[in-house]
Design a protein around this ligand. Structure first.
Ligand SMILES: [Cu+2]
Length: 91
């Protein structure tokens, strides 16, 4: 699934997403010159992708994501607090 970085500002292009339980890969293309990553936390999951910029794609892969509610976010310091986050609902 894709959760891309917005063209500008500290935001993704969506604030919520859904996925089916099981193996899940999240790809996040970052068009900005500012570095960002995609990260996921909740229910014992704590995954962070590489920080990328200028069209790069940050990726995380979870082998067996369980049903529940997770937070996707950018782990660059200050970015989540500034609003670079959203909710991933897995069912
Ligand atoms: Cu960021």
């Amino acid at each position: 699934m894709e959760i891309d970085v917005a063209d500008s500002g500290l935001a993704f292009t969506k604030t919520s997403a859904t996925a089916s339980a099981g193996p899940v890969a999240i790809r996040s293309k970052n068009p900005q010159s500012t570095g960002h990553d995609i990260a996921l936390k909740g229910n014992g999951v704590d995954e962070k992708g590489d920080i990328v910029s200028d069209g790069g794609v940050s990726t995380i892969t979870i082998a067996d994501l369980r049903p529940g509610t997770y937070t996707f976010y950018c782990s660059v310091p200050g970015h989540e607090q500034a609003g670079m986050k959203g909710t991933l609902t897995v069912s």
